[in-house]
Design a protein around this ligand. Sequence first.
Ligand SMILES: NC(=O)c1ccc[n+]([C@@H]2O[C@H](COP(=O)([O-])OP(=O)(O)OC[C@H]3O[C@@H](n4cnc5c(N)ncnc54)[C@H](OP(=O)(O)O)[C@@H]3O)[C@@H](O)[C@H]2O)c1
Length: 285
Amino acid sequence: MAGATQPMAGKVVIVTGASAGIGKATAAGLAALGAHVVMPCRDVPKCEAAMARIGGAVPGASLEMMRLDLASLADVRRFADGFLAAHRRLDVLINNAAVVKRRREVTVDGLEETFAVNVLAPFLLTNLLLPMLKASAPSRIINLSSGLHKRAHMDMGDLQVERGWSSYRAYDRSKLADILLTVALARRLGGTGVTANSAHPGLIDSDLGREMSWAQRTVKRWISKPAEVGALTSIHLASSPEVEKVSGRYFAGSREAEPSEEARDGELAERLWHACEELTGLKTA
Ligand SMILES: NC(=O)c1ccc[n+]([C@@H]2O[C@H](COP(=O)([O-])OP(=O)(O)OC[C@H]3O[C@@H](n4cnc5c(N)ncnc54)[C@H](OP(=O)(O)O)[C@@H]3O)[C@@H](O)[C@H]2O)c1
């Protein structure tokens, strides 16, 4: 399914959400290609277990855990400062972590959690790490989206889903936002040697539905593919020479695909970008 990959020795990669599911399998795959993989995690024992598992499967894997709770904008800033102080380069940033909530909850910043973790945190993290990504170019940014974005609509007047919140409405909309922000980012990155693409990994058995009912989780498990299959698209985008210069695109199953019409709306992408700048307190050129 995936195209050719190339060895990644000497490359530094960040994979958020690498303690479970697709992120863990992505970290293992990139470690097997020789990359140094930084795993930002909020649950230290779970992350240590994931590292041990990867280390057992990939002899000589170069892994590093750093603490990060994406549900706090202050913690995203603290992580970025720590990473920039401790590393000299960043070749690939994979914004993989996400949540599906069962109830509407707000973060310490007063933001709806799905939007905060799935959209605002990766937006802020990416922008804070951009200087190092540019200095390390050619480099790549991969934002995990979902095919479920196709049933979503952005409501720019209600980004926090205060009206009619449902688990799926919040999640699907966050994944549409991820594609729109990737388009806006790629436009800003023209000529820098840094690419930005979004990816749908497929329907994958993972921890993502942990807050769903037992019946929903059981059905999902029956029809899902293993996390290793879901990781192939991210690994392809992170390592294949075929996509080295491709930017602003949406991939599904390692192939370029067409996202929804709304996901291709450049004007909407710009409005969302500016809203995210305001909500994260970030000012970009
Ligand atoms: N699975 C699918 O069928 C599917 C389909 C389409 C798209 N996707 C996308 O693929 C990506 C990976 O999903 P997955 O299925 O592998 O999910 P998963 O197994 O639930 O993994 C999610 C990861 O995100 C981390 N995370 C969640 N909230 C966090 C926070 N506040 N701070 C730091 N880390 C946090 C989790 O850490 P903890 O372990 O600490 O909770 C976990 O490592 C997501 O972007 C998802 O939207 C998945």
